[in-house]
Each structure stands twice: as structure tokens, then as C-alpha cells.
Design a protein around this ligand. Structure first.
Ligand SMILES: [Fe+2]
Ligand SMILES: [Fe+2]
Length: 294
């Protein structure tokens, strides 16, 4: 962008609305206590946007209930799928698997105006300038290997040996891909194509169920679990792209860290047994902290 058309773009920019950019993940509303909390969620301003970084629920009807309720209350809801939404749970009357299940959820979201990784990336007009919201669906590829292993097979074997195996192995089907890592690699490829077409002058806010870098998984109680938490293929994305913030969940370890100057925030609610022990995140809907303009 030249200096001239940059100033044109700035002149044409709509004024900030006064609303806030909020984020949450891992609502897990199949637990009644979590459902009760979600029923009480309200925006703080009519123009608040809400970023939902996956693990709303497992059953399609529960996912639809929660996203529908949030879409009625917030000016804009942006959803990135978690692993739980992609399970084909034995109790779910919706038997769809893999890509077909994901596409079904995307279609539902379109019907209620919730944005997904399949939609054009929307621009949030904040007080400090515009940022582009980038919901991601990338999955994982077992490259965050278990300690002491160097192949997917050895990493999985170590997990089975320790008894720490993600339920995705039983319920998150990759159809029509041969395995989840192939699906992940294709998602990364498709997403890189879209990111290459974004205006590099507008900073990005990534919203993904998993952290884009491995570091946040280093505090997991069971290190074998990291292999279900992301991919090394995105390790440099927060440096390669003009990144203002990275929002993720899945780990159920709410905290804010920073890598190469980029704020990363884990915004989960988590299971009742977890938040009862440590207390609810306060506030539950985290305001997205953006990297200061460079
Ligand atoms: Fe979760
Ligand atoms: Fe998850």
C-alpha cells in the first residue's frame, strides 16, 4: 500500500464504535453449571464482539443453542471450532463425521450470522486502529511430540503407554482424509493461501482452538498431551504475519503470555471441576489485549 492510498484508507475508516473485543473458549456447556454461566453472559456495550475459540459442546443441538444465544446478544460472534465440536459423539443423533460435520456446523453458523474460518475475515475498528479477526481451523498433526520421541508413531505409543490419550482418537474422525494430520496439513495450506492475500498493513488477531506455538503446552501436567494441541507448521506465524494478538483455548490453563512481543491469551472457562478449584476467570469474557502499534 502506498502512503497516498494508506491515508485514503484511513480517511475512509469508520469511527470506532466504543464496543469491546471480547474472547472466551471451552464453554463445555454439556455441564449444567457451565450452561448456567453461558445463559448469563452479556455484552458490556451494544457493539461488543465476541470471539469463541472452540469447545462450546459436543452435541450439535448444544453447540447450536449456545452460539444462537450469543449471536442474539453480541453485535458480532466469531467462532473457531474446537476438537469437541468435531467429535461424532455416540449420543449425538447427528451422525456426520469429519469434514461433513465441520461443514454442517459452518452452514448452521451462516444461518445465524456467526462468522467462521470459512468467511471473509472481518475487520474490527478499535480505538487504536483496525485489526483483522482471523478465525482458524487448523487441527493438529502430532508434531508437538511426547518427550524423548521423534516420530508421530513413537509419540502416540508413548501416550498410550502412559495412559494419557485424547478422546479425539476415538471420536474425532478425519473423513475423507486418511488421518487427522493430513487434514491439518491441508487446513494449514488453505489458510496460508488466504493469509497471503490479506493487507499486511492491517494487524491480525488470530483465533484458534490451539496455540500457534508450542510454548504454552510446556506447562501441561501430562506432557504427552501436547501432541493433540497444535502443529509446528504455525510456529512462525505470529512473526511471519503482522500479528496483534493470538487467542486460543483447549489447554484449560487460562493465562496471558507473550512471544516475540505478541500477546497470546488462553481464554478458556474449562470444566466445573477445574474452575471450582481455581475460581472462575474474572472476567469470564476476556478483553483482547493488542500488541502496541509498531
Ligand atoms: Fe476444552
Ligand atoms: Fe479442546
Amino acid at each position: 500500500m502506498t502512503a497516498e492510498n494508506r491515508s485514503d484508507a484511513q480517511a475512509a475508516r469508520p469511527a470506532p464504535t466504543g464496543g469491546r473485543l471480547l474472547a472466551v473458549s471451552d464453554l463445555h456447556i454439556s455441564y449444567q453449571e457451565n450452561r448456567d454461566l453461558v445463559e448469563k453472559l452479556q455484552p458490556t456495550h451494544p457493539d461488543d464482539w465476541l470471539l469463541v475459540a472452540g469447545d462450546v459442546a459436543e452435541l450439535a443441538t448444544s453447540i447450536e443453542w449456545a452460539l444462537g444465544l450469543l449471536a442474539e446478544r453480541f453485535a458480532r460472534v466469531v467462532w473457531a471450532p474446537g476438537n469437541h465440536e468435531l467429535w461424532t459423539h455416540p449420543e449425538d443423533p447427528l451422525p456426520l463425521r469429519g469434514v461433513a460435520r465441520y461443514e454442517h456446523l459452518v452452514e448452521f453458523c451462516r444461518g445465524i450470522g456467526v462468522l467462521t474460518p470459512e468467511d471473509p475475515y472481518p475487520v474490527w475498528e478499535g480505538a487504536d486502529g483496525p485489526v483483522r479477526i482471523v478465525p482458524l481451523f487448523l487441527l493438529y498433526d502430532y508434531s508437538f511430540r511426547a518427550p524423548g520421541t521423534s516420530t508421530k508413531e513413537a509419540s502416540l505409543a508413548a501416550a498410550y503407554e502412559s495412559g494419557i490419550v485424547c478422546a479425539d482418537e476415538r471420536m474425532l474422525h478425519p473423513d475423507p482424509f486418511p488421518d487427522r494430520d493430513s487434514w491439518c496439513r491441508e487446513r494449514v495450506r488453505l489458510t496460508e493461501e488466504r493469509l497471503a492475500a490479506c493487507d499486511p498493513d492491517v494487524p491480525l488477531v488470530f483465533v484458534n482452538h490451539y496455540p500457534l506455538v508450542r510454548h504454552p503446552t510446556e506447562v501441561l501436567w501430562y506432557p504427552e498431551f501436547a501432541q493433540w494441541c497444535g502443529t509446528e507448521l504455525t510456529a512462525d506465524w505470529h512473526r511471519r504475519y503482522n500479528t496483534a494478538a493470538m487467542i486460543y483455548g483447549h489447554l484449560h490453563i487460562p493465562r496471558r503470555t507473550s512471544y516475540d512481543g505478541v500477546p497470546f491469551e488462553e481464554v478458556s472457562l474449562g470444566y466445573p471441576r477445574e474452575w471450582r478449584k481455581r475460581g472462575l476467570p474474572d472476567p469470564l469474557l476476556r478483553e483482547v489485549v493488542l500488541r502496541a502499534a509498531r
